[in-house]
Design a protein around this ligand. Sequence first.
Ligand code: ADP
Length: 166
Amino acid sequence: MKTGVYPGTFDPITLGHMDIIRRGAKLVDRLVIGVTTNPSKSPMFSVDERVAMVRREIEGIGGDVAVVTFDSLLMDFAEREGATVILRGLRAVADFEYEYQMAGMNQQLNDRIETVFLMADVSLQPIASRLVKEIALFGGNIAKFVTPAVAADVAARVQATGRKGA
Ligand code: ADP
């Protein structure tokens, strides 16, 4: 059985992430989505909230897909899950440098695990959680970038914490 992990911050999960999950789930027998605690990014949603959102969003996509948190080295997480593949999404030029370096260093840490890059549908490629949050904080419409349920979660959080430029 081939297991893959798809690590990320998912703050919040976007249609871009969902597309990568759907594509990734077809490539492995079991896909484990790893939600990082990543406190350095000062996320809008706590790790438990992000896990709950991802679980809700992937309901009904079929296949063997699990959602867990991790705060260890990615390679240790992958090894613990029995994964032989790490899935990452690749967006245009901006992601390349960072992903290239990370994949290269991870390869040296553990060469039994391969990093595989997937491209989202062209229409979803520009979507980034960071920009979704920024647009929402300034009162913009994020309906094209996330599901209605995630848009409602973001709107509630923005309302609770205060909008910018208002
Ligand atoms: P991280 O903090 O690890 O970058 P993210 O939640 O931002 O976590 O992203 C997780 C993964 O999903 C990364 O590999 C990122 O490149 C990929 N990703 C995010 N948005 C998109 C998108 N719109 N198209 C393709 N890949 C994406």
